[in-house]
Design a protein around this ligand. Structure first.
Ligand SMILES: NC(=O)c1ccc[n+]([C@@H]2O[C@H](COP(=O)([O-])OP(=O)(O)OC[C@H]3O[C@@H](n4cnc5c(N)ncnc54)[C@H](O)[C@@H]3O)[C@@H](O)[C@H]2O)c1
Length: 431
């Protein structure tokens, strides 16, 4: 890649912003990264990566000369005309997206005919219109706006950036949209160039659909438990149908993370605010909530009352290969178990630091075997590879009881049972 590629700005250096910045640096762009978090920027300047994401530290290190970190927006405005926005849009109490960080970025833009905001943050449909109107009303009519939603997955974010399934660009057909299309051209991904509102909706609808697929297979799993079918066999049989596909058909204890829960809820609220009652999404959310709690029911089934029982939770992050604890099932489970009087031990290979701020009153174990020591039951919450490879004979020796609840259907039931333990998955036939 050569110096012909234009410098860009990235505002917000979290999971999306930092991966986007490093990804474009890999494509040859100089990237001016801005964040309001002084400690984060100080750390990044010294090569400290604030998140755990495979391959990211290496990529940032490789392109240290192209990546410029600052808390001063002027640095990005001076060098770049395209300013990617990757600030958080967490849920409010009502379930709507909290756009305060986005609006604060918009308000800090100067009047300019040379710049464009490129929205990577996930925002409700109509946000682009509102921002364009704000530019008009505040004397900045020349500021351009492009919607470019992000689809990367934590855990595989770097390869997802470099080999995306598609690039979606929503714009008004001006220079800014063309420039964003050019930026992504080397990736050779299918391009969906459309209007701004449709681009915004592609993102929300995609996440809502994937969440629906998960809640659907979880309900099938629950019916399997009642009827003697095995959901892993059912999912295999369904997934071979081209029209269905095998992905997101893994039954378990529900989805979490920084995107699905909030984006499903934001779409439901968006629909409601526009006068449409999105019935399906209500069910998707409710099924997901209940799914986590079914673990408690299973523990009761085998152990009776839970006061004084020792329960080991393997995995805390919302999914493997990330340290992200946002909306992780472990948060609900650890709280529910403690409320029921159980003593809880937890272990995660990378998310412990994040978890310590969020989960209290539990024992943070040093490793998986230490976690299951003296446990009456073990619950697999996050399917890290190291748990799949656990020596169950050793685990059985360390445990006080025999129950293993596989909340992700990720373990080999035969290996668990061979160790003399009782295996209980989600929607799987009892042994
Ligand atoms: N995490 C994902 O997997 C993912 C995937 C696709 C889309 N998204 C969307 O991308 C957006 C960012 O998500 P994330 O997970 O990267 O969030 P994050 O919380 O990891 O990072 C957001 C960053 O923005 C910074 N910030 C906040 N206000 C700012 C401001 N005014 N100026 C400069 N920086 C500011 C924060 O300090 C933080 O570093 C969200 O809208 C999210 O829905 C996330």
């Amino acid at each position: 890649m050569t110096s012909k590629r234009e410098p860009i700005g990235v505002i917000g250096t979290g999971y999306v912003g930092l991966v986007t910045a490093a990804g474009f640096a890999e494509l040859g762009n100089d990237v001016y990264c801005i964040d309001i978090d002084v400690a984060k920027i100080d750390g990044l300047k010294q090569g400290v990566i604030p998140i755990w994401e495979p391959g990211l530290a290496e990529l940032v290190e490789k392109h240290r000369d192209r990546l410029h970190f600052s808390t001063d927006l002027a640095d990005a405005l001076e060098h770049a005309r395209l300013l990617f926005v990757a600030v958080g849009t967490p849920p409010t109490y009502s379930g709507d997206a909290d756009l305060s960080a986005v609006h604060s970025v918009v308000a800090s833009m100067p009047a300019s005919d040379r710049h464009a905001l490129v929205m990577k943050s996930t925002v409700p449909v109509g946000t682009g219109e509102t921002i364009k109107r704000a530019f008009e009303e505040t004397g900045k009519p020349g500021f351009r706006y492009v919607s470019c939603p992000e689809f990367l997955k934590e855990g595989t974010a770097v390869p997802d950036f470099l080999e995306p399934d598609r690039v979606v660009v929503g714009d008004d057909g001006d220079w800014a949209g063309d420039a964003v299309v050019d930026l992504y051209a080397p990736l050779d991904a299918p391009l969906v160039r459309t209007d701004i509102a449709s681009a915004e909706m592609v993102k929300l609808a995609s996440n809502a659909f994937l969440a629906t697929k998960i809640s659907f297979i979880n309900e099938i799993a629950n019916v399997c438990e009642e009827t003697g079918a095995d959901v892993t066999e059912v999912a295999r049989g369904m997934g071979l149908d081209d029209r269905i596909g095998p992905k997101f058909l893994q039954a378990g204890i529900g989805f979490g993370g920084s995107c699905f829960p909030k984006d499903v809820s934001a779409l439901k609220q968006l629909a409601g605010n526009s006068g449409y009652h999105f019935q399906l999404l209500n069910a998707v959310i409710e099924v997901n909530e209940l799914q986590k709690r079914r673990v408690i029911g299973k523990l009761h089934k085998y152990l009776g009352e839970l006061p004084g029982r020792r329960i080991a939770l393997l995995g805390l992050a919302f999914k493997p290969n990330t340290d992200d604890m946002r909306e992780a099932s472990s948060l609900v489970l650890s709280a529910r178990l403690q409320a029921a009087g159980a003593e809880v031990a937890v272990y995660d290979p990378v998310a412990e630091d994040e978890a310590r701020d969020l989960i209290h009153g539990v024992r943070f174990a040093a490793d998986a075997l230490d976690c299951v020591r003296d446990a009456d039951a073990v619950v697999l919450v996050t399917e890290w590879d190291e748990f799949k490879a656990l020596d169950w004979a050793q685990a059985a020796e360390a445990m006080a009881g025999t129950l293993v609840i596989d909340g992700r259907n990720a373990l080999d039931p035969a290996a668990v049972r061979a160790a003399g333990l009782v295996y209980e998955g989600v929607g799987r036939t009892p042994g």
